[in-house]
Design a protein around this ligand. Structure first.
Ligand SMILES: O=P(O)(O)OC[C@H]1O[C@H](OP(=O)(O)OP(=O)(O)O)[C@H](O)[C@@H]1O
Ligand SMILES: Nc1nc2[nH]cnc2c(=O)[nH]1
Length: 171
């Protein structure tokens, strides 16, 4: 563990949150639902959530959308679409999965993007949500996070710390 990191949510607590998210989502998901991971940070939550859903008998189609706005900094900046979807979502229910909902700029872009591509419904699941006023809300939230700079479980500090199995705060 990096000395300055305070553990906020342990590996076991993350697993319990993901299981709860999967149980909440499972009854809402249609057989042709397309699960979309917001890269890069959403990868870890998406991997765990898709496996938790599979344990409940839900097998999603899988795709990814690569967005970037924070770069190596700690503030939301210009939002870049680095790589687009690989599969059509026309007429389909979409499940967007990401690590954290902060200002909402990334998920708002992603939701608008898949709606423009013809998705019939968009459900948003995030591992963590910060207490910030914004124009978009998640449908299912794993953990209500404090207003701190988070790392671990996909959340990076200059591309490092994503692989930490817990969520911590640097500040
Ligand atoms: O609600 P917001 O203020 O938009 O912040 C949330 C986004 O910030 C991070 O992405 P980042 O741009 O750092 O890219 P990354 O996925 O490569 O970490 C995180 O993975 C979310 O996608
Ligand atoms: N690593 C990291 N990325 C973010 N993107 C938006 N909020 C955060 C945060 O707290 N930590």
């Amino acid at each position: 563990m990096t000395a300055a990191t305070t553990v906020l949510l342990s590996e076991a607590e993350i697993a319990a949150c993901v299981a709860r998210v999967a149980e909440t989502l499972a009854p809402r998901l249609q057989p042709d639902c397309v699960g979309i991971c917001l890269l890069t940070g959403g990868l870890w939550f998406t991997a765990d959530l898709t496996r938790a859903l599979a344990r409940l008998g839900v097998d999603l189609s899988f795709d990814a959308l690569w967005l970037s706005s924070y770069g190596d900094g700690r503030e939301s900046g210009e939002l870049l679409l680095r790589a687009d979807l690989q599969r059509p979502v026309q007429g389909k229910q979409v499940l967007l999965m990401d690590d954290v909902l902060d200002t909402g700029a990334s998920l708002k872009f992603a939701r608008d993007h898949v709606l423009r591509a013809g998705a019939s419904e968009v459900i948003i699941a995030v591992m963590a949500q910060k207490p910030v006023a914004r124009s978009i809300e998640a449908d299912v939230v794993g953990w209500e996070a404090p207003l701190r700079y988070l790392v671990g479980y996909g959340l990076d500090d200059g591309a490092k710390m994503r692989g930490l199995p817990y969520i911590g705060a640097l500040d």
